[in-house]
Design a protein around this ligand. Structure first.
Ligand code: FAD
Length: 179
């Protein structure tokens, strides 16, 4: 008779994806690193004499492990978010003032695909609801940048972050600060 399987406990704060498995792209790294830290600490402790000095070494190597791990990890929800906003705001900043019908259609396809393709599923769902209420304005560079800034600010508000001043969108994503 097969052994009964026991499900691994989920790290507190880890969010499950639509497949019911832990979703790294839906969860901030600080919420999945405790599980890694605990596992690495246990490994270090198992091979060390439990003296104060060895415990300190184990703690240091855990922290070094986490820093290394962070550099090579799949993206968490924050890294993915920053990279995606960077791509979207920069793409909007370089969008033509007078886009052709094809350019408008391509931009609409890109933006409308996010609610189905963006890997952080709860982010994607909320974004999908938001763009139903506020459909993308792809009529030109300035209006698209403004629309995107407003959408980003919706997410900022939801996360309790400060609102970004949309008058500074070009400075942030295209021109840089004036000298
Ligand atoms: P980010 O919010 O990533 O911003 C990056 C930079 O953009 C900032 O440093 C600032 O210079 C600039 N910026 C900030 N606001 C604006 C603005 N309004 N207009 C122009 N530039 C701006 N995370 C969640 O936890 N839950 C969610 O539901 C969620 N939904 C998301 C939906 C989408 C479509 C995307 C792309 C990301 C989502 N995220 C979500 C991720 C989240 O928005 C952040 O990217 C992440 O928390 C990292 O935040 P950050 O403070 O580093 O800066």
């Amino acid at each position: 008779m097969p052994e009964p399987t026991t499900a691994k406990p989920l790290a507190p704060g880890m969010i499950l994806g639509p497949d019911g498995k832990p979703c790294r792209a839906c969860t901030a790294f600080r919420n999945w690193k405790p599980a890694i830290a605990t596992r690495e600490q246990a490994r270090s402790n198992a091979s060390a004499t439990p003296s104060g000095a060895m415990t300190a070494i184990a703690a240091t190597s855990t922290s070094a492990f986490l820093q290394n791990k962070r550099a090579n990890c799949p993206p968490d929800s924050e890294e993915l978010g920053r990279a995606t906003w960077t791509f979207l705001h920069t793409t909007a900043a370089y969008y033509p003032e007078k886009p052709t019908p094809t350019q408008r259609a391509n931009m609409l396809t890109l933006l409308r695909s996010l609610p189905t393709l963006y890997p952080c599923s709860h982010c994607a769902d909320d974004f999908g609801e938001d763009i139903k209420v506020h459909p993308p304005d792809v009529s030109g560079r300035a209006s698209l940048s403004r629309w995107l800034c407003d959408r980003h600010n919706e997410v900022n508000k939801k996360l309790g972050k400060e609102s970004f001043d949309c008058a500074k969108t070009d400075e942030r994503w295209k021109d840089g600060p004036a000298d």
